[in-house]
Design a protein around this ligand. Sequence first.
Ligand code: NAP
Length: 267
Amino acid sequence: MRRRDITRKTVWITGASSGIGRAIASQIASDDVCLIVSSRRTEALEQVAQDVAVRNSECIVAPLDFSRVDQAIQDANSIVAEHGPIDIAIHAAGISQKGEVRHNALQVYRDVMEVNYFGLVAVVKSVLPGMLDRGHGSIVGISSLAGKIGSSNRSGYSASKFAVCGFMDCLRSEVAPHGIHCLTVCPGYVKTDIAHNALNADGSRRQQSTSHIDGGMQPEKCAKRIVQAIHKQRDEIIIAEGINRWGPLANRLFPQLLRRFLIGRNI
Ligand SMILES: NC(=O)c1ccc[n+]([C@@H]2O[C@H](COP(=O)([O-])OP(=O)(O)OC[C@H]3O[C@@H](n4cnc5c(N)ncnc54)[C@H](OP(=O)(O)O)[C@@H]3O)[C@@H](O)[C@H]2O)c1
């Protein structure tokens, strides 16, 4: 398999202030790249830039809010115009939700979709023209195991992550002939702030984690797998431990059995 040299490349990571995005920034900084880090919290991004500087990579802080995608597309275009061209774009910004369909406010579905799915579309639309012109580039979309298997209380989150998988598959089929690599990442539980920041049915923040997330993989381990997959130009990776790792395969081989197993379960 080809191994891609990413030294001196310009890498744009959204969701870089925390969790998986932050860990990717730290991991990829060892490759001597020029990093652009985005999310809403400028102070947290500046801390990331300090960590990255220690690893000998350059880092530009470019705050961006995906909660209103029309504005986000304009801001993403400005970031690319100012700091591009982008060689590798990684959309790790994301929010989760927890609540049953019958209780969830419609706005919760919109808010989750805006960041997780439309945010990815905004990033892709801003970097794609430059990548097509130059005939190379990598685009990384972070989906989830919830983007392969649906379960109770995750309808908004899971739908947004299924959308990421579908979008990335379509994008890959369009742009692979032009030399552009697309990677879809489907992690299981990773120990980050994702559950703490998740939306309740009424749109308020949960402000508490879950035992699944607290017992999950360290974000550094997940980030290492993602960076390796970029080097190896993989199409899609499942990053999970234990029995969860087999979920997508079980869903393909025994879909009815898995659906029965999942009835009423919170995973
Ligand atoms: N942790 C897991 O178990 C797990 C499993 C599967 C998939 N994932 C996915 O992995 C990705 C990273 O999540 P994480 O686990 O690292 O969670 P996290 O620690 O909560 O990080 C989420 C990141 O998204 C940014 N973000 C949230 N809302 C934003 C907005 N409106 N505009 C711009 N940036 C925004 C946050 O930064 P600011 O607050 O500074 O904006 C933060 O940097 C997400 O797509 C998540 O769905 C996570």
